[in-house]
Each structure stands twice: as C-alpha cells, then as structure tokens.
Design a protein around this ligand. Structure first.
Ligand SMILES: Cc1cc2nc3c(=O)[nH]c(=O)nc-3n(C[C@H](O)[C@H](O)[C@H](O)COP(=O)(O)OP(=O)(O)OC[C@H]3O[C@@H](n4cnc5c(N)ncnc54)[C@H](O)[C@@H]3O)c2cc1C
Length: 507
C-alpha cells in the first residue's frame, strides 16, 4: 500500500541505535498528551509533528468538563492556564429566539458545579506540546511522516520514514515497538489499518466576533437556525467564535454565494444583540471552513500499530466532544500500556489483547459522546421534515421542564455520564414528550388522529438513534456473546426492546 514502506537493506543500514517504545505521528491533542504521559511513566517516546508553530484552526476550542477531568487525571491541567481561556458553566439553547439555559451539574465529591474551558485551539495545543518538550523521555522531531515502515516477513509496523522540516529536508527512519497514528481528521495512514471511512455530515463555517458579549456569559450557545445549528462561544477575553453549520454542498466562497447565504438565511436567527457583530464579521473576514465528519470506530488490523484520536473515531462537533474523547482515550491507554515492560510491548499477542480491551473500555463513555453528537445533529438539522421539526420542538420544550430533563442530557454532553441506556432513555423521553405536545395541541375531535400520527415521532427517533448505536457497537461484537449472531437485525432489536421497556416502566 502507498502509505507503507517495506523494510529494505538501505533502511536497515540507517537504523539508529535507539528503538523507541512508542513513535507517535502527530503532536495534536491526542499525540502530545499521550507522549507526555507515557514518558512520565518511564517509556521512551518519539513525537513527530510536521509543524510545531502554534496552529491556527477553528477546531477544538471548547473542552467539556469530562475533558478537563481527563487532563487532571493525566497531570496536565496546567495546560489550561495562561492561555486566556474562558470558564464554561454550561450551555444556552435558542429556539425561535427563545433561550433555555442548561447549566452543568454538580460534582458529587465537592458539590461545586462542573466546569469546562474554551480557548484558542492553538494556544492549548502549544501548551500540550510544551509539556511534552519538558518531559524526560520525549524526543520531539519536526518532520512530516511520509510512510510507515513494515516488515515484509511479518507485516509488523516497525516505525516511520519522514522528511525533516529543517533546511536539510533530510529523509530519516525511526523505529518503535509501537507506532501510534494520531495524525488527525485528514489522516493519511488510517486507511491502511481500519475499515471505516469518514462520512462528511456538513461543514462548519467559522468567524471570529470581536468584543461581542454573549447573552449568557460563560456559556456555549447553540442557536437552532432554519438550515441547522449555529454555535457561539467565547474563546478569549475579546474573542468569540461563531461556527455556522452548512448542510449539503457548500455555497461558493469566491462568487459570494456563501456570504449571501449567511446574510440571508442565518443572520436573522441569531439573538438580536449579536447580529451586528455577526454581519460585520461576514462582511470583513474570510470564512474559515472545516468538514464535520463522522467516523465510527472499527477494528485495527495490523501489528505494532495503534490508531487513535480523530484518525480512529470522529463525531459531529456540535457538542464539542472530540477533545474529551481523545484525552479520555489517553487516560485508558495509559492504564493499559504503561505497566507493560519493554519486552511485553514487543509481544503482539499482549498488544492486541490490550488494544481490544481499550476498545471495550472506551465504549463506556466515548460511545455516548459519539451517539449524542450525531443524534442531536440529526435532530437539529431538521430541514423540511415535519416529524423532525416536531422532535426539535419537543427537545427544546423538554429542556424547559428543568430538573432531570436538563441534568440528564447535560451529563452526556459534558462527558461526565457515559451510560448508554440512560442516553437512550432520555432520547425516547424527548420523543414521547414531542408526541404528548402534538396530541395536546390537537383539537378534541382530532386527538385520536394526532395520537396515531404522533407514533411516527417514536419511529423517527428510533430511526435516528438505533443506527448510531449499531455503528458504535458493530465492531465490538466479538467481545460480547450477545452479539455473536450472524443476524444483524438482532443488534437493532436488543437496544430497541430494552429502551422501550425502560421508557414505559418509567412513564
Ligand atoms: C469544526 C470543528 C470544530 C471542533 N470543535 C471542537 C470543540 O469545540 N471541542 C472539542 O472537544 N472538539 C472539537 N472538535 C474535534 C477536535 O478538534 C478533535 O477531536 C481533536 O482535535 C482531535 O485530536 P487529534 O490529536 O486526533 O488530531 P489533531 O489535533 O488534528 O492533531 C493531528 C496532528 O497531526 C499532525 N500531522 C498530520 N499529518 C502528519 C504527518 N504526516 N506527519 C507529522 N504530523 C502530522 C498535524 O499537524 C496535527 O498537529 C472540532 C472539530 C471540528 C471539525
């Protein structure tokens, strides 16, 4: 394959004396945190990044409380300091110009509210890289990884071939017991080891609003506009990020169609106090665009290799969960890999058992973040589907009920509650509530008809969430006896039956 380079005598002749425990491709969120923590535990790590300059991107700017906790567990919480970051206390959702506040819940141990943090992505990544630089056992190399080295006899990945960024632009080969591919959402290497391919769900178009106070300070804002959601959050003392979701084909930037679309289709949905800043940004800034992709986890085929971060698994960024998943994965991998001796790291049976255990363990929390993000996105990007519009309204009204109707969903959003059944339970409660609202609004004589037609909402809900559950668990099926059937509809039926059972018991 084009991304793999079989070892040959020339490469072997260049073999340096050092064989690292881990060679990490990409010093982004995952790679930097992984390198630092594994080195802190005594391993030798080579961290290879194509550009160590501060990144300037519109991704990864709000870290949920679950991600802040993972950072703390890794001893990296200081990376959130001195980056002009903003405390996040929760969210505010705007629907038809009316807001509902969704505060984070209380931390049981301290009885204080969970907190997230928003910031300029580049400042946070630079701090993570600095932590790696200062950790004994991490070697940083500025180079673009071109190929992964593969042993022609065993197919085991042995390390990397790369081109340095310095003046010499020299070709180098580096060897590691485990090569970790963490090269982000546009990963060049994932396709050699995983079966999933990313699906672009929509695009986010980003602008920076200057000196534009938000209606709910220290909150992420989600505005449900006609075409899809718009996100706003403060990322610095004077800076607020706005990300507009554009489904389907992106209108052209060059002929002004995108600008026209944003001014005519989006601006009017924003809270009035933000509209002038928004229009000013559209008129004066070049739009920044990123694809919003979904990539379900899939088994990693190959030995001596680990694929992680966005290269392995992505979800729609609506709920700001990507960094939380990446950092939580570092926490789990550390638990599994750090105790291994140098010899054990070379043992492929031990490694593949650990990787499988990792996939199983991560399903307890990452799955919920992944499913929530994509399910909410499908709900909020309602287009002209009347059932989806009713579900959207039902969701908003559900939040307005407060109590458990806010505390439950915000637990998933914040990355604190990883209970899949609770997520499914709340999801169908939203569908039932939407059904109730529809029946309630119908005139007396039409109520039986409203009851019948509102059944569609439950089916619509199932149609949204069950394929997402299926996609998340499909590849884990060898781990579960319950999935050891060759009839795929069983994977749909089990969660459906359990969730319906739970819903009717509780209601
Ligand atoms: C529009 C958008 C907004 C988002 N907003 C949020 C948010 O608010 N909160 C949140 O938690 N998540 C958010 N995410 C997701 C989040 O950004 C990612 O989940 C996270 O950055 C993944 O980290 P990573 O380490 O896998 O990849 P990255 O952080 O992208 O790191 C990959 C690194 O690999 C390097 N690299 C790539 N190829 C090579 C190569 N060949 N050789 C050497 N180096 C290489 C890159 O330069 C980069 O530094 C958002 C995503 C999108 C698309």
């Amino acid at each position: 394959m084009a991304t793999l380079l079989p070892l040959n005598p020339k490469i072997l002749a260049s073999k340096p004396s050092e064989i690292y425990d881990f060679v990490v491709v990409g010093a982004g969120i995952f790679g930097s945190a992984f390198a630092t923590t594994l080195a802190k535990d005594g391993h030798q790590v080579l961290l290879v990044e194509r550009d160590f300059a501060e990144p300037d991107r519109i991704v990864g700017e709000l870290l949920q409380p679950g991600g802040c906790q993972a950072l703390k567990t890794l001893g990296l919480e200081s990376c959130l300091e001195d980056i002009d970051g903003i405390r996040v206390d929760g969210y505010a959702v705007f629907y038809k110009n009316k807001p509902v506040e969704i505060p984070y819940t209380l931390e049981p141990e301290t009885s204080t509210k969970y907190q997230g943090r928003s910031f300029h992505h580049g400042k946070f990544v630079s701090k993570l890289r600095e932590a790696a630089r200062q950790t004994k056992g991490v070697t940083l190399l500025e180079a673009t990884v071109d190929k992964l080295l593969v042993c022609p006899d065993t197919d085991q990945i042995m390390g990397i071939s790369c081109t340095t960024k310095d003046k010499t632009n020299s070709k180098q080969y580096h060897f590691g017991k485990i090569t970790v591919v963490a090269d982000g959402c546009f990963s060049k290497f994932r396709k050699s080891f995983t079966t999933s391919t990313p699906e672009t769900m929509s695009h986010f178009v980003g602008f920076l609003l200057e000196d534009c106070p938000l209606p709910f300070p220290n909150h992420g804002h989600v505005v449900l506009a006609k075409q899809g959601p718009v996100l706003l959050y403060q990322i610095g003392t004077r800076d607020t990020r706005v990300l507009i979701d554009v489904p389907g084909k992106l209108p052209s930037v060059s002929d002004g169609s995108l600008k026209k679309y944003l001014l005519e289709e989006v601006a009017e949905y924003l809270p009035e106090q933000l509209q002038a800043c928004f229009i000013n940004a559209i008129e004066n800034q070049k739009p920044r665009v990123m694809p919003n992709s979904m990539l379900s986890p899939s088994p990693i085929v190959g030995s001596g290799i680990l694929v992680a971060g966005d290269a392995f698994n992505m979800r729609h960024p609506l709920t700001g969960g990507g960094m939380t998943v990446a950092l939580s994965d570092v926490v789990r991998l550390r638990q599994l890999l750090s105790p291994l001796s140098s010899q054990e790291l070379c043992n492929q049976d031990i490694l593949s058992a650990k990787v499988q255990e990792f996939h199983y363990l991560r399903s307890s929390s990452s799955t919920v973040i992944n499913i929530l993000a994509c399910a909410l996105y499908r709900l909020f990007q309602s287009e002209n589907d009347p059932s989806l519009l009713q579900l959207q309204e039902g969701c908003f009204e559900y939040f307005k009920l407060g109590g458990i109707c806010i505390d439950g969903p915000v637990g998933f959003l914040s990355g604190i509650d990883g209970n899949l059944f609770r997520l499914i339970y709340h999801f169908f409660r939203v569908c039932l509530y939407a059904q109730f609202l529809q029946i309630q609004a119908a005139p007396l004589l039409l109520k039986p008809w409203a009851l019948l037609s509102s059944m569609l909402l439950i089916l619509k809900g199932a149609q949204i969430i069950l394929p997402l559950v299926y996609a998340e668990f499909y590849f884990l099926r060898p781990n579960f006896q319950i999935f050891s059937t060759s009839r795929p509809h069983v994977y749909f039926l089990i969660p459906l039956l359990i969730s319906l059972f739970l819903i009717y018991i509780v209601n």
